[in-house]
Design a protein. Structure first.
Length: 95
C-alpha cells in the first residue's frame, strides 16, 4: 500500500447551502474510511479546500476511493491526487 495526498477543491459557483446539506454524509463517510484504516487523516484546508491522506494500491485505487465520497458524487468538488512520500516519518504513515 502506498500513501496518497488528496486535495479536494470546491467547484466555482457551488452554493454554500448545498455544502451544508452534504457535510454530514461526507463526515460520516470519512469516519467510516478512518475506522477501516483507509484514511489516515482528513480536514479542511483554507476556505475552499480539504485534504486527506489515505492508503491505496495505486493512484487509480485512490481515485476510486475518493469517488465514493458524497462531496465528489455530488459534483461540487474536484480532487487532485498525488502519491505522498514521507521523508521524516512517524507511526501514522507507517504501514
Amino acid at each position: 500500500m502506498d500513501c496518497y495526498l488528496v486535495i479536494n477543491e470546491l467547484v466555482d459557483g457551488t452554493n454554500p447551502e448545498t455544502i451544508g446539506e452534504l457535510i454530514a454524509s461526507h463526515r460520516d463517510w470519512v469516519r467510516e474510511k478512518i475506522e477501516a484504516g483507509v484514511i489516515i487523516q482528513a480536514g479542511k484546508w483554507g476556505e475552499r479546500q480539504g485534504a486527506a491522506f489515505l492508503w491505496a494500491e495505486n493512484v487509480d485505487a485512490a481515485k476510486d476511493i475518493i469517488d465514493e465520497d458524497p462531496f465528489h458524487r455530488s459534483g461540487h468538488f474536484k480532487a487532485t491526487i498525488a502519491q505522498y512520500f514521507p521523508v521524516v516519518e512517524n507511526a501514522t504513515f507507517t504501514r
